[in-house]
Design a protein around this ligand. Structure first.
Ligand code: NAP
Length: 477
């Protein structure tokens, strides 16, 4: 809720509130202030969690078809407010217009899937007489909501990654306290308006804004929270799981995604897809293409076509309808990307295009002659830069994709099914995309990482399962 001076209120325990401190939210391209939001203190956080617990008593009893109707109405309202929300995402996240519109469409799908899944929450019977001790008893389990879900979200998808937590949580009958990224809280606040208009009862969804290491930590450690659902960087994820105590925890973390291109790949398909995968949202996507392994036979052709396509990208103001690449979230991130590229060059890499920066805008960058131990290869870059590595043996490329501390998604372009299945078998990741890059995702598939990329899965049905408890019932007649 925004007043004429651009200051927002926060939905906390069924009321729109102000707090003692406020912080500005910046347009990431122009640097202008686009609104201010309250930074919550401990008392307000307490109100949010207690309010959610109180609201839970009634919300968990709401019939599934009514929860589904609220979520379906939210889809219609999101559709009506699509342009306004897309513009807000453009401004507060610096995401190019076409990807911002795409994000609103995806959030609509995420809520639609949530509405549908709300009607499919069920357990199953257990054959009790499989054990002599169970003879004569009837057994079945139910899925019940956990209570209060603390959702903590990153800046790079300020609507759809919030939707991936809020949609399934509400579908299952849980209440939610959300802490959005401090750089992008405004979109989440609009979502609260949408859900209120859709008929969500007061107190079921609250938002707290403030620094992760205070407000986020209070939420993670609060005894009234039953589950923490976090999306963000691996170091913060690790800190959260240590601090959370006896709670359910889901962690959706980062990746240094690799994709392999075999000589039989369709380059007309692969090249534009690789360009989009490396540079959409300025490379700030957890499954952005970062390491591109290309077979020696086609390396020259693929590299030249990739560089030509990269040169045609429109870089600049994300609000321009033809923009491909906007600014990074803050200038310090663009400075970091620039330093990583300089360091790689000092270690022998070549910049084929890009490598330069204007303020927070880092130009799409393609590197060659890289080595596995360079930062641009072995640590998540989260920046518009992709490194090309030539290989001769397919097995070596698969091994290099796998030799990563992360394990979120990977891609392989080949028409040879044996090779595709070899990669599926060898790479320890949450998802393997055949004839696509690491970036492919639809919002109902199971999605999440292994190794340092996280714990648990999202994708509406799978998130919902992790936001419910199993309750076993055994009847002795
Ligand atoms: P981040 O710095 O880890 O922040 C994510 C959220 O955690 C923010 O709301 C942040 O608050 C909060 N936070 C920070 N410290 C905290 C603490 N000690 N306790 C509780 N909360 C805390 O991540 P980001 O820079 O926003 O996002 C980029 C990262 O997210 C990348 O690593 C990317 O790969 C990952 N990501 C993963 C997925 C996935 O689905 N696997 C999707 C998108 C992004 P503040 O904003 O106030 O610092």
């Amino acid at each position: 809720m925004l007043d004429s001076a651009g200051s927002c209120k926060l939905p906390v325990a069924g009321q729109w509130i102000e707090d003692l401190d406020n912080m500005p939210v910046i347009d990431k391209y122009s640097g202008k202030v686009i609104g201010t939001v309250p930074v919550v203190g401990r008392e307000t956080l307490e109100r949010a969690v207690v309010g959610a617990r109180e609201a839970f008593a009634a919300y968990r009893a709401m019939p599934a078809h009514r929860r589904a109707s609220i979520l379906a109405r939210a889809v219609q309202i999101l559709d009506r407010r699509k342009e306004e929300l897309a513009e807000l995402i453009c401004r507060e996240a610096g995401k190019a217009w076409k990807y911002s519109v795409g994000e609103v469409s995806r959030a609509m799908e995420t809520f639609q899937f949530s509405a549908e899944e709300a009607k499919r929450i069920h357990g199953e019977t257990v054959p009790m007489d499989a054990s002599p001790t169970g003879e004569g008893r009837l057994g079945f389990y139910l899925r019940t909501p956990v209570g209060v879900v603390a959702a903590i979200t990153p800046f790079n998808f300020p609507l759809n990654l919030v939707a991936h937590k809020v949609g399934p949580a509400l579908a299952a009958g849980n209440c939610v306290v959300l802490k959005p990224a401090s750089t992008t809280p405004l979109t989440a606040i609009r979502l609260a308006e949408v859900l209120e208009e859709a008929g969500l009862p007061p107190g079921v969804f609250s938002i707290v804004v403030g620094p992760g290491d205070t407000v986020g930590d209070w939420l993670v450690t609060h005894p009234g929270v039953a589950k923490v659902s976090f999306t963000g960087s691996p170091p913060v994820g690790e800190a959260i799981i240590r601090r959370a105590g006896l709670k359910k925890v889901t962690l959706e973390l980062g990746n240094n995604s690799g994709t392999i291109i075999e000589p039989d790949a369709d380059l007309d398909d692969a090249v534009p897809r690789c360009v989009m995968s490396a540079f959409a949202n300025s490379g700030q996507v957890c499954i952005s293409l970062q390491r591109l392994y290309v077979h020696r036979e086609i390396a020259a052709e693929l590299t030249s076509r990739l560089v030509d396509s990269t040169a045609r990208l429109v870089v600049g103001n994300p609000l321009d309808r033809d923009c491909d690449v906007g600014p990074m979230i803050v200038e310090s991130e663009a400075v970091r990307a620039e330093l990583w590229v300089r360091e790689a060059v000092a270690e022998g890499a070549r910049v084929l295009i890009g490598g330069r920066r204007e303020g927070a805008v880092f130009y799409p960058t393609v590197l060659a002659d890289v080595r596995p131990e360079m930062k641009v290869m072995c640590i998540e870059a989260f920046a518009p830069l992709v490194s090309i590595y030539e290989y001769e043996r397919f097995e070596d490329a698969v091994r290099m994709v796998e030799e990563s501390p992360y394990g979120l998604q990977a891609g392989i372009y080949t028409r040879d099914m044996r090779k595709a299945l070899y990669a599926v078998d060898q790479i320890n990741a949450g998802g393997i995309m055949i004839n696509d890059t690491s970036i492919f995702r639809v919002d109902h598939m199971p999605y999440g990482g292994n190794k340092m990329s996280g714990l648990g899965r999202e994708g509406v049905r799978f998130a919902l399962e992790e936001m419910t408890n199993l309750k076993m019932v055994v009847i002795k007649p």
